[in-house]
Design a protein around this ligand. Structure first.
Ligand SMILES: [Mn+2]
Length: 417
């Protein structure tokens, strides 16, 4: 049978997920981005209807975790019903975040929505299209079993699709769930593996096709870049195209700026502006949270460190010129002075030697770190749940201490190179 059709592959919607690490720094921007995950999903359904896909698959983690109430379930049902009413069937496997043990509340799903069972891999055939879909849901959060090998062999004379939530052989920092190799996947004889779990878009293989669509909406600086799902066009029984549908409503971007041999602040700003321009164009007016990292070796490194928040203000001003709506999530100065391997330090003969001795090693002081951890707990306890990002804050302590030390040293030195 020579089948031609089009389907939508999405994963990792993480509906109900709090935005991490943003509320602390910029409440206005956090509010602006708060509804982004839901809006991104609505746009995806709009686009799927325009594309007139024949069916849709969701490879796990529709929900970020247990529902606080049923509103998130009603939201998903409302959107997915738009596909059902258009005669587009939807096939779902549950992932680690929305495993049967994690999301125990449920609502009746619209007609035409099929959720694969967790105890054994199942198969559904779409006779009119000549398609066989295979899938298995997570019963619990931590699945260590190689699910792929429990899937049935390909149905003969069908276009076979496997839905699987997996980290493959390991995709740090993603947790290793339902591990399997590309060879394990290929052994099933399917035409397309619709994967989920890893939040970056990746075509892992094209023979057979093994694809991560990535998540729909970046939620922190750890999920940078454009986000969305993929549309797969099958012509005469073969994958002709895997095309991204970008639907994110706000974006995080990491930008590295090499300041090597820059001889003035003006030159540094020029390089920053040049690096931001293409990102501003690509964001197409969406709000963007930017983390800028200055790298390279330059005599001006010490001056940049000494400028501190003034440099951040100047960068924010540049951002405001380049973008419709963007803000500096963080400015990291990792630039080095010529001839120095590590962060900035003062020469021993400076009169500030006592200050230096006083702060030497503070960044490695375990007691100080423990105290910082206690303070974070205290603050966290007073914060609304959505603003919590304790792990993020703890991970930042080491860097903050190093930054503070660099700042003190650079300022004590008068800030001139
Ligand atoms: Mn997952």
């Amino acid at each position: 049978m020579a089948q031609s059709f089009k389907f939508l592959h999405m994963a990792d919607l993480h509906l109900g997920s709090p935005l991490k690490g943003l509320a602390m720094r910029n409440a206005g921007a956090a509010g602006r981005i708060e509804g982004a995950s839901r809006e991104a999903f609505q746009e995806l359904i709009d686009r799927a209807l325009i594309e007139a896909v024949d069916f849709a698959v969701i490879a796990g983690d529709i929900y970020d975790g247990e529902w606080r109430d049923t509103s998130i379930g009603h939201f998903f049902n409302r959107e997915i019903s738009r596909l059902s009413r258009a005669g587009v069937p939807v096939f779902i496997v549950k992932g680690n975040h929305d495993a049967e043990s994690e999301v125990t509340r449920a609502l009746p799903l619209p007609q035409g929505v099929h959720v694969f069972a967790a105890d054994v891999a199942g198969t559904v055939e779409l006779d009119s299209l000549g398609v066989a879909l295979h899938g298995r849901s997570f019963a619990t959060r931590a699945v260590s079993e190689n699910f792929a090998l429990s899937y049935p062999p390909a149905s003969p004379n069908r276009f076979n699709i496997g839905l699987l939530h997996t980290s493959l052989t390991g995709r740090p920092p993603h947790e290793p769930y339902a591990p399997c190799s590309l060879a394990d996947l290929a052994s099933r004889g399917y035409d397309y593996w619709a994967l989920g779990h890893v939040h970056e878009f990746e075509v892992v293989s094209s023979d057979p096709h093994v694809v991560y669509p990535g998540n729909l909406q970046g939620r922190s600086i750890r999920e940078p870049g454009a986000k969305g799902a993929v549309v797969v066009e099958v012509v005469d029984g073969r994958v002709a195209e895997v095309r991204r549908l970008i639907v994110d409503k706000a974006r995080f971007e990491l930008v590295e700026i090499d300041v090597s041999d820059a001889d003035s602040e003006g030159e540094v700003q020029t390089r920053i502006r040049a690096a931001l321009a293409p990102i501003a164009r690509a964001s197409a007016g969406k709000p963007v949270a930017l983390r800028l990292r200055l790298t390279g070796t330059a005599a001006i490194a010490r001056r940049l460190a000494a400028l501190g928040s003034r440099l951040a203000d100047e960068v924010q001003a540049t951002i405001e010129q380049e973008f419709e709506e963007a803000f500096l999530e963080k400015l990291v100065n990792d630039s080095l002075e010529p001839g120095r391997a590590g962060p900035l330090q003062l020469e021993a003969e400076t009169p500030l030697i006592d200050t230096l001795a006083l702060i030497a090693g503070l960044e490695a002081d375990e007691d100080l770190k423990a105290e910082a951890g206690r303070l974070i707990d205290e603050i966290a306890a007073k914060m609304p749940a959505a603003g919590l990002a304790r792990e993020d804050m703890l991970a930042e302590i080491d860097r903050l201490m190093l930054e503070a030390r660099t700042l003190v040293v650079a300022r004590a030195g008068g800030g001139e190179a």
